[in-house]
Design a protein around this ligand. Structure first.
Ligand SMILES: Nc1ncnc2c1ncn2[C@@H]1O[C@H](COP(=O)(O)OP(=O)(O)OP(=O)(O)O)[C@@H](O)[C@H]1O
Ligand SMILES: CC(C)(CO)[C@@H](O)C(=O)[O-]
Ligand code: BAL
Length: 534
């Protein structure tokens, strides 16, 4: 692992890493497919150091998803107010270096304020160019008592994104307002970085891990767990049907009132993306709290989501995902979101428009203008009905002409981005089952149930040989099929665009020797267990 403290060293390091990764992929490539398909992404975990298990969860996620992982450690003077704890903030770079080494980080970027051109002054006194998020997002919640804080965060994060140019950047849900502001920043400034939100990691007591927890005495640490208990009371009220903001906030206040040392700064219920106040929760709300314990300021939040559950089923080719997903949807009365049919429908449209498969710009244009509609088939045997731009393509998308081209189209990042947006819009209401390669990690990361459906290479080869036989196709040896499947697994899990990944919170089901009905029953059991926990 490298420790980089200057911009020049960072730039040199990243240039070498990117060329090494691409060289490595091209040498390993089993076929002549374009290197760009393959995994060279850079993941960035921005931090202020004093690393703990919460940071580790972000680093581990980044490690799973990227060829290079950079952790930035920078106590940003721009985001601390004049009366805040900039001087006191814990600085433990040596220990952080060991922490990152053990976590498999490739490099730490730990510049001085001078190296980053942000002299140790607050945002109000600073002379640097600033990034100002929308006032509606920074004037509420923590913004009320931390004037200039989010301008400081937005400015330094933009600088880090420009320096590192990460494909993905990882942030914690614990800082829910910061997460929403950074998502807005990336969208508004068209920054080519995917923002990955990671769940809040907590102490056994429920207290959210935070570098500032070091300030707490043992007694205060116990008392601080009241924040989480209050949020849990509100979650219970929400589960019992309460949707009114005042009632939900009262549930938190009631719990906190029992710990007189906890001085509440705010308890607010806002829309998680826009941070607008909510009178009641319609689809989802972020119940956020800030409080002081002695000189320590703590924050926490929970997302209250009123939707039917989403079941995400990921897994390698040949594991039976689509058959199982349709069966699970039918048995539970949920919608089967046939993502494969969507890519087939779009491939049909590209062919109809006579666009060359390698004309990615024209294809990107078309992908962002098309509208795909799906309705359930009459029964399990009949396919999902598919329309694209109001043309019924249910039958034609299964023809060899489309089938032979869908992989090349589906691998184009602009196509995936456009179709994933349509899928996520369907997901807002929930009540659906979707299967693919990155459903539980990228498309529906908040899915209530995540399944990773897999089978051994030999079992999948045997199934495919049986399928070929049923379809009257020429026999292919098991040895060749196993080789093809292993190669497909490698390509799917190493490609840059939506790689096959098992979500950290996914339940893995090995289907060797299991029937479709047995696998379906297992998933329905998991679903019902999960529902009882929500
Ligand atoms: N308990 C946690 N769970 C998940 N992510 C976390 C947790 N704590 C911090 N993070 C995330 O780590 C990143 C770096 O945060 P930071 O370095 O400020 O640590 P911190 O623990 O939040 O410190 P602070 O005490 O300043 O809040 C942020 O994206 C933050 O949301
Ligand atoms: C994102 C961040 C690293 C910017 O300084 C900081 O706000 C933090 O640690 O959450
Ligand atoms: N993650 C918190 C950053 C701050 O309080 O400045």
């Amino acid at each position: 692992m490298r420790l980089l403290t200057t911009v020049a060293a960072l730039r040199c390091y990243l240039a070498k890493r990117r060329s090494e990764n691409q060289l490595c992929q091209s040498e390993e490539l089993l076929s002549n497919e374009a290197t760009s398909w393959y995994q060279t992404p850079v993941g960035l975990v921005p931090t202020m150091g004093a690393l703990h298990q919460g940071h580790l969860s972000l680093i581990e996620r980044a490690r799973r998803e990227n060829a290079t992982v950079i952790v930035s450690i920078f106590v940003n003077p721009l985001q601390f107010g004049p009366n805040e704890d900039f001087q006191r903030y814990p600085r433990t770079l040596e220990a952080d270096g060991q922490f990152c080494e053990q976590a498999g980080v490739d490099a730490i970027f730990a510049p001085s304020p001078e190296e980053l051109g942000v002299p140790q002054k607050s945002i109000q006194d600073s002379i640097v160019t600033q990034v100002i998020p929308p006032s509606a997002m920074i004037s509420r919640l923590c913004g009320r008592s931390r004037l200039g804080h989010f301008q400081g965060v937005a400015t330094i994060v933009t600088k880090l994104f420009n320096l590192v140019q990460p494909d993905r950047a990882y942030f914690g849900q614990k800082d829910g307002q910061q997460l929403a502001i950074i998502r807005k920043l990336v969208a508004d400034l068209n920054l080519p970085t995917e923002i990955v939100a990671c769940p809040t990691v907590r102490e056994a007591s429920g207290l959210a891990l935070s570098s500032r927890n070091q300030y707490l005495t043992a007694t205060q640490k116990q008392q601080a767990a009241a924040l989480y208990r209050g949020l849990r009371q509100a979650e219970a009220a929400f589960k019992a049907g309460v949707r009114n903001t005042s009632t939900l906030i009262a549930a938190v206040e009631q719990e906190l009132a029992m710990v007189t040392t906890v001085l509440v700064e705010y308890i607010e219920l806002v829309e998680p993306t826009t941070l607008m106040s909510l009178e009641e929760v319609k689809e989802e709300g972020m119940l956020a709290i800030a409080a002081r314990l002695g000189s320590t300021r703590l924050i926490d939040n929970t997302i209250l989501r009123d939707r039917s559950p989403v079941i995400a089923i990921d897994g390698p080719a040949g594991a039976g995902k689509s058959t199982v997903a349709r069966q699970v949807a039918a048995n539970l009365g949920l919608v089967y979101l046939d993502t494969g049919a969507m890519y087939r429908a779009f491939t049909w449209l590209v062919l109809q428009e006579e666009i060359a498969l390698d004309d990615e710009c024209a294809i990107a244009e078309l992908a962002n203008l098309c509208v795909i509609e799906l309705t359930p088939g009459e029964n399990l045997q009949s396919p999902v009905r598919v329309w694209i731009n109001h043309t019924d393509v249910t039958q034609v998308i299964r023809t060899p002409g489309v089938t032979s081209k869908v992989s090349a189209i589906a691998a184009q990042s602009a196509v995936r981005e456009a179709l994933v947006k349509q899928q996520q819009n369907w997901g807002k209401k929930g009540g659906l089952v979707a299967e693919g390669r990155d459903i539980g990690t990228h498309v529906f990361p908040d899915a209530e149930v995540k399944i990773f459906l897999t089978a051994s290479v030999s079992e999948r080869a045997r199934r495919r040989q049986q399928d070929f036989k049923k379809q009257g196709q020429p026999e292919v040896s098991l040895e060749q099929l196993e080789k093809d499947i292993a190669e497909r697994d490698w390509k799917d899990s190493t490609r840059k665009v939506s790689p096959l990944q098992k979500a950290a919170d996914a339940i893995e089901i090995q289907t060797d020797g299991l029937s479709i009905s047995e696998v379906t029953a297992k998933i329905i059991d998991f679903y019902q267990q999960r529902l009882s926990q929500l």
